[in-house]
Design a protein around this ligand. Structure first.
Ligand SMILES: [Zn+2]
Length: 116
């Protein structure tokens, strides 16, 4: 069982990670804007670069969204007094694993059975 202090520390860490994701999202919002069709100021190669960068920024945004979703789910488990239990089998997730990734939802055996 996790102590109240440990649970509080995980909550702080999860909220910190969520804020960091939001900050990254705000910082890269500009690069996700539609690429403008301005042939005078941007040559063809530059425009392709811009499109590629935009695609990468969008992919990064999707990863951040997925990560934020995991973190919000973990915060919800904290609220539900279910944090630290594997959502699949209900076993306690070792604290070392939670420290590595506080948003983790499943234990290692369940994760591995998922892959195979
Ligand atoms: Zn499990």
């Amino acid at each position: 069982m996790l102590s109240d202090e440990q649970l509080a520390a995980f909550r702080v860490e999860l909220e910190r990670q969520l804020e960091a994701l939001a900050a990254q999202d705000a910082a890269t919002a500009e690069s996700r804007r539609p690429v403008e069709l301005d042939q005078q100021s941007t040559g063809r190669l530059t425009r392709m670069d811009a499109l590629q960068q935009q695609a990468m920024a969008k992919a990064a945004e999707q990863r951040r969204r997925a990560a934020a979703g995991r973190i919000r789910a973990a915060l919800q488990r904290l609220d539900d007094d279910a944090y630290g239990d594997c959502v699949r089998c209900g076993e306690e997730i070792p604290i070392a694993r939670l420290r590595l990734d506080p948003a983790t939802a499943v234990c290692v055996p369940c994760l591995e059975s998922d892959d195979g």
